[in-house]
Design a protein around this ligand. Structure first.
Ligand code: NDP
Length: 474
């Protein structure tokens, strides 16, 4: 069994209790972690506040140098990190379209580099003979980061690196389902950065809410469900914390009648099924024009029948298991409801009879808005394909959702697609693609998918406050 300690003020910390981390490909525990409590959050906040003055006043170049040193350190241990991510999240090492733990660890390094390369500037808001007014940015203080299980290492990097880069110190709580690679990352950070700059509290049941309500924490960045996001927001009111909430999505894709079906089917399939559908901005509802509906649905189902599902540690595996039992139960219940509603299963629909949390890649036609599989985020390998005839009406149906994370238009006519983009109610719209992210382009949702953005200057700014400085010339 692997072992994970908490890290507070640069010291490894044990607890009286522990919890196990299960490999979803086997259903068996492979790591044991210390079970932190609200008291550990208190200690982590004390350590983070103590480290803040030195870290925040350090020359920016020095901070960048230390943060950049994490890249070769991660690279030197890339195979180990990949294996840990696969063991705990279930995602394959390589994966469908290269979406696997290699991408996750490689992406983590790329995002550290891109964030380190950002150059915060001082802007001049006004200048005349009497005064120069500068707008500067100052760090917020202590940032609490609560990260999910679908991209455990990558999303930790998305939270922690810009927070640190902007001069904040951090209290980090990874998902109890996937804390192992994040713990190893926190150990590595603590070898390079001063003690107390990044503190790690492991746990389940009380640590996240202790972070969200702690008055010694100035900002919380949370990625997870809209339901928990709402609770984070309630707790954050205690000291008017700033928030970045990257919550669930139920992204719609709209396929126009003019697409090249053969060329687009593999892209559509990957957009829906990469990481087994467990990506906040995966394509989760696919609306296809009636003239090509059957052909597109069959082309996607064919890919689903052929994709190799298995243990992510096996080289040939393209899709792994669902990450945890609770999520498998959600997917099973949505599949059952789709059956009850008369959905037509072109392929899949059942749990796979083997150890672990495997579910068949599933394609369902014949449903529309109003059925659970269309209205709710499945976060698993099951996709409804919905028929439409009129573009105005399908846009209405695509936008008829509480979520507003991403969306896509699929067409051979770029001008037509560009015209429709503006009518999609979501934070990111892709044309002939879905779910691609770039470290220099902002990513975030609207509606119940949350608020605030990550990445680029826009994302970095979320971890600082504006300070307006009047420099009188008189
Ligand atoms: P949640 O989104 O509910 O988040 C669980 C995490 O939040 C844990 O770390 C938990 O820590 C913490 N938490 C729980 N209550 C609070 C609170 N009141 N304040 C602050 N933190 C809290 O995760 P689930 O695993 O339950 O996922 C459920 C759904 O979320 C999935 O079905 C999927 O739809 C969506 N999801 C979305 C993701 C995305 O990328 N946007 C990623 C993963 C899931 P503790 O118990 O210690 O308090």
């Amino acid at each position: 069994m692997l072992h994970c300690d908490m890290i507070i003020g640069g010291e490894k910390i044990s607890a009286t209790d522990s919890f196990d981390v299960v490999n979803p490909a086997s259903g068996e525990a492979f790591a044991s972690c210390q079970l932190g409590t609200a008291n550990d959050v208190d200690a982590a906040v004390v350590a983070a506040r103590a480290a803040f003055p030195e870290w925040s006043s350090m020359a920016d170049e020095k901070r960048v140098e230390m943060i950049s040193a994490l890249i070769p350190a991660l690279e030197a241990r890339m195979p180990e990190f990949m294996q840990l991510v696969t063991q705990e999240s279930g995602k394959p090492m390589g994966g469908l379209n290269g979406v696997g733990s290699g991408m996750e660890v490689g992406g983590a390094m790329a995002w550290i580099g891109a964030t380190a390369a950002l150059k915060p500037t001082v802007e001049v808001a006004h200048e005349d003979d009497n005064v120069k007014i500068e707008v500067r940015r100052r760090p917020l203080g202590v940032v609490g980061s609560i990260t999910p299980w679908n991209w455990p290492l990558m999303i930790t990097i998305w939270h922690v690196i810009p927070a640190l880069r902007a001069g904040n110190t951090v209290v980090l709580k990874p998902s109890e389902y996937t804390p192992v690679a994040v713990t190893r990352f926190a150990e590595l950070v603590n070898e390079i950065l001063p003690p107390g700059v990044l503190n790690l509290v492991l746990g389940a049941g009380e640590v996240g809410s202790a972070i969200a309500s702690h008055t010694g924490i100035d900002k919380v960045v949370f990625t997870g469900s809209s339901r928990t996001g709402r609770r984070v927001m309630e707790s954050a009111s205690a000291n008017l914390k700033r928030l970045t909430l990257e919550l669930g999505g139920n992204d719609a894709g709209i396929v126009l009648p003019d697409i090249d079906i053969e060329a687009m089917a593999p892209k559509l399939f990957a957009a829906c099924f990469h990481n087994n559908g467990q990506t906040c901005a995966a394509l989760k509802r696919l609306y296809v024009h009636e003239s090509i509906y059957d052909e597109v649905a069959e082309a996607i189902a064919e890919q689903a029948r052929e994709v190799v599902v298995g243990d992510g540690l096996d080289e040939d595996t393209q899709l792994g298991p669902i990450q945890n039992l609770a999520q498998l139960e959600i997917v099973k219940s949505l599949a059952q409801d789709a059956k009850d509603q008369g959905g037509n299963f072109l392929t899949g629909g059942n749990q796979i009879d083997r150890p672990g949390y495997f579910f068949e890649p599933t394609v369902v036609t014949g449903l529309s808005n109003g059925s659970r599989l269309v209205d709710e985020e499945p976060f698993g390998p099951i996709v409804p394909i919905i028929k439409y005839s009129d573009i105005d009406e399908v846009l209405e149906r695509a936008n008829d959702s509480e979520s507003g994370l991403g969306g896509s238009i699929w067409s051979s006519d770029p001008e037509k697609a560009a015209e429709l983009v503006a009518r999609m109610e979501c934070g990111t719209v892709w044309v002939n693609d879905h779910a691609g992210l770039n470290p220099n382009a902002p990513f975030g949702g609207i509606k119940q998918s949350g608020f605030g953005v990550e990445f680029g200057d826009w994302g970095l700014e979320e971890f600082s406050a504006l300070q307006t400085v009047w420099l009188s010339k008189a």
